[in-house]
Design a binder for this molecule. Sequence first.
Ligand code: AMP
Length: 564
Amino acid sequence: MKYSDLCKVYEELEKTTKGLEKTSILSKFLEKIENEPEIIYLLQGRIFPDYNNQELGISTQLVIKAIARATGIEEPEVIKEFKKLGDLGKVAEFLINKKRQSTLFSKNLTTEKILANLKKIPELEGKGTIDKKLALIIELLNSARGEEAKYIIKTILSDLKIGVGSGLIRDAIVDYCYHPKSIEEKKAGIEKVQEAYDITTDFAEVFNKTCKNSLSSISLSPGKPVKVMLFPKAENIDNAFEIVGKPAAFEYKYDGFRMMINKQDNGEIKIFTRRLENVTKQFPDAVKYIKENIKGKSFILDAEAVGYSPITKEYRAFQDISQRIKRKYNINILEKELPIELNIFDIIYFEGSSLISTPFKKRRELIEKIIKPSPFKIKLAEQIITADEKEAEEFYEKALEEGQEGLMAKNLEAGYKPGARVGHAVKLKPDAEELDLVITGAEYGTGKRAGWLTSYDVSCKNNASLLEIGKVSTGLKEKQEQGLSFIDLTNELKKIIIKEEGKHLFVKPEIVITVGYQNIQKSPSYSSGYALRFPRVKALRPDRSISDIATLKEVEKEFIKQQK
Ligand code: AMP
């Protein structure tokens, strides 16, 4: 397809904020891309399916260079335009249009070419990588018209902002492939397509199979990440019973991070975080425990990895071990200093069969059979089954006394719903006012903190848009023995700058943090309409992505709860 045809659709989508209009534009467009389903990734502002976390790693500086080379304009001139327009996409559009004015231009850029060049970028390694990346981008810009250049740059910087989230793409697929005639038909279609997406996390595959009426062929496959099941909050034990039924399983809620443990038929083990990132290399200890202590040729297990002190054997908060997720060097040292224990709490695939429709109590029986527990390496989540409030209450107290975060209450008969927060299980925590939010901007500090980014704009989400809800500037020290310092965070944020305005900068929405606060207020100062009072950074969440952050609805719910 001509890239300019896709750009027209981007423009149409940008023009409206109405979900229904966007869905209708998208579903009409799907007809044109049935034979090229990967264009869906470009609509999402991506180049790979969602489960693929490869990053382009292109900085603002590199984009400035590419624009300068492609237009023959000096870099300082490009930077000047950037300061004026505030958006490198617009800068590319403006400068390329200026260059082309005098020349007749008839090159046809295709979506295929865009995908081909951009897909090569993350694979480049070693000497000359930067030049090779530049060459691939310049080649595209050289064949682009102004508006095409704008969208290329926006895609490269993950800054497309056309308001197309996964919900709209899903609905458009349903409309185009099923032509639902009633609300019921539409609902049923949405459920089917969403389910397929949660298993594959690949809209191109889902679109292709929905069109061919072969969604039933989609199944779990160890080695390919699936979305994890999510858990709503219960207010107390009574409320937990109301939601999950009686009797219920109660389990410790461990304060660690989610691991989806996959073993493929060929014996290979892969570990994914809940943001579908492959972290196997970072956890050779976990791989060893899995190999030695779990029976079975192929499986997918759901687990929580928890850190503990190698000296006192005391359990540690997530924040103290979070660096194990990202760190790719000195792994053997980290493994010794920040050891982890695996708490297995579910299984969704075993020896060639999916277990997502198998009742939870049967899944639990299976993990009890195949896992040989070994203290401080691997164990089953601590569990009781009861219909008695008092017994559950005592178990809750015991969990808290032992330093766990709380309890999970689980319906014994329910299946496993990847990606969904359906209430097959709920979480119970003593009232902690905290939200997972994404950093969308930051500001340099003053005085002793000059030169470091020490204040962070944080946002929640509403469908495909991000809405600011406050600025956080406490909770981080200059140096921290474990976990997070503002020096570390500054370095991370500098890699993802989109735009700078004096002391303030805007960043790609990639870094998720847990923010603690005292209460929520209505506030016209932020686009969410709310502000957090006394916010502080509690933890960096490298295991979570923008799809895990708090929604505006959740913020509203917390606000209302607090008013009561
Ligand atoms: P939250 O992160 O507050 O939404 O709580 C849900 C998270 O608790 C899950 O995503 C898991 O990472 C974690 N968790 C800890 N223990 C368990 C357990 N026994 N069963 C399920 N999830 C657990």
